[in-house]
Design a protein. Structure first.
Length: 125
């Protein structure tokens, strides 16, 4: 299984996890020039832009460490693009899901709501 396939498994498992929490999955792999958001999900008055990192158990670099400031900025630009191109009155939130796998199977999902914000950027909606 290559990296993209592993990532797809992790994203699918996070989508299933979010659906059990009453989220509606709006879009997967929302891509613009210069960035991508893995999952866009809605629940109540929140629209969550979710970055998913899939790692083997005991990986040298955690999924959280792999989300750099430049990666966060690209996700925020995707969110801005989404708002500019879709009628949406929901409150944006940036979440992170770290999926742990063993032998290609998901063994744990660590989900952090509001993992980061736009306070240090000049991005506006």
């Amino acid at each position: 299984m290559n990296q993209r396939e592993k990532g797809n498994v992790g994203e699918s498992d996070v989508c299933n996890y979010l659906e059990t929490l009453s989220y509606k999955i709006i879009k997967r792999n929302y891509t613009i020039k210069g960035g991508e958001t893995d999952i866009i999900a809605v629940r109540n008055d929140i629209i969550a832009f979710v970055e998913v990192k899939t790692r083997k158990k005991n990986a040298m670099v955690s999924g959280f460490e792999a989300i750099t400031d430049s990666k966060k900025l690209r996700i925020m630009k995707c969110a801005q693009h989404y708002f500019l191109n879709n009628e949406c009155n929901l409150q944006p939130r940036f979440d992170v899901a770290v999926v742990e796998t063993t032998n290609g199977k998901t063994t744990n999902i660590e989900y952090v709501e509001n993992a980061y914000d736009m306070s240090d950027t000049n991005i506006i909606f």
